[in-house]
Design a protein around this ligand. Structure first.
Ligand SMILES: NC(=O)c1ccc[n+]([C@@H]2O[C@H](COP(=O)([O-])OP(=O)(O)OC[C@H]3O[C@@H](n4cnc5c(N)ncnc54)[C@H](OP(=O)(O)O)[C@@H]3O)[C@@H](O)[C@H]2O)c1
Length: 243
């Protein structure tokens, strides 16, 4: 058996209607996984479903900041061998303009949604012991920050701290927990930043030793983390793109 294969594994991919979630779903299906896709936009989620290799995949439309939708998502499938937590929004707000409302929205999707989804998966015993990998999307900006990113980067830094505790708690069950600190990648999220400031994106491109990434660069790394080839890796924050 190829240690890098995902054959026989069932994975849940959040944020599967766009960007890194979509590409990771495609690459994981090419590696043999069966996928449950979730996102809010039904049309784009179905587009991802149609791009998958193999059979038996499913999709569930859900807003992960709404508890009832999160709970029905978790009730809709059986045991999982992995979850890719790729939901997120990156809103640029100078620190003096952060308000309680903006902070609540940001934390709800960038921190609370992955944390509460993990709690629900644990409580409902949906994670396969001895063969499960949880992978959280973070950002290289928790190490190399950018102006205006305080809310988003703060939420991601909190998620990294959470994931390290989770790695300790779940290690006895053989469940691995890791974060990807990705550099900037060409996705709709980066396009939105480019619309606000082309200069900021040019600066990012010049600062990343390996340039701006393609979604497949993140997706192939994620496939490795879901495969048996990463069975001795937990509690890490891998920098992608060189920082
Ligand atoms: N792109 C980059 O350069 C980059 C770099 C470092 C880290 N990241 C991180 O990687 C992750 C994915 O980024 P991306 O570039 O793929 O972004 P993206 O293309 O904007 O996709 C974001 C995804 O999050 C989903 N989402 C947002 N709010 C949601 C909610 N309330 N409930 C459920 N789903 C929700 C969206 O679903 P709908 O579209 O269906 O609403 C979409 O599928 C993010 O967490 C981001 O922080 C990205």
């Amino acid at each position: 058996m190829n240690a890098f294969s995902l054959t026989g594994k069932t994975l849940l991919i959040t944020g599967a209607s766009s960007g890194l979630g979509r590409q990771t779903a495609i690459s994981a299906s090419e590696a043999g996984a069966t996928l449950i896709l979730t996102g809010r936009n039904e049309v784009r989620l179905r587009e991802t479903l149609e791009k998958l290799s193999g059979e038996g995949h499913a999709m569930v439309v859900a807003d992960l900041t709404v508890d009832a939708q999160l709970q029905s998502l978790v009730a809709s499938f059986g045991m999982l061998n992995g979850v890719f937590f790729s939901t997120g929004v990156s809103t640029l707000v100078p620190t003096g303009f952060i308000t309680a409302d903006k902070l609540r929205i940001d934390l709800a999707i960038n921190y609370e949604a992955p944390v509460l989804l993990t709690s629900a998966l644990l409580r409902k015993k949906k994670l396969q012991q001895q063969d499960c990998s949880l992978l959280y999307m973070s950002t290289v900006s928790t190490v190399y920050p950018f102006v205006g990113g305080a809310m988003y980067i703060g939420a991601r830094a909190a998620l990294e701290g959470y994931a390290r505790v989770l790695a300790l708690e779940l290690a006895p069950k053989g469940i691995r927990v890791n974060c990807l600190r990705s550099g900037f990648v060409r996705t709709p999220m980066l396009e939105k930043t480019a619309q606000l400031s082309k200069v900021a994106v040019e600066k990012i491109e010049n600062q990343q030793p390996l340039g701006i990434g393609d979604p497949v660069d993140v997706a192939r790394t994620a496939v490795f983390y879901f495969s048996g080839a990463s069975k001795w890796i937990t509690g890490t924050n891998l920098i992608l793109g060189g920082g």
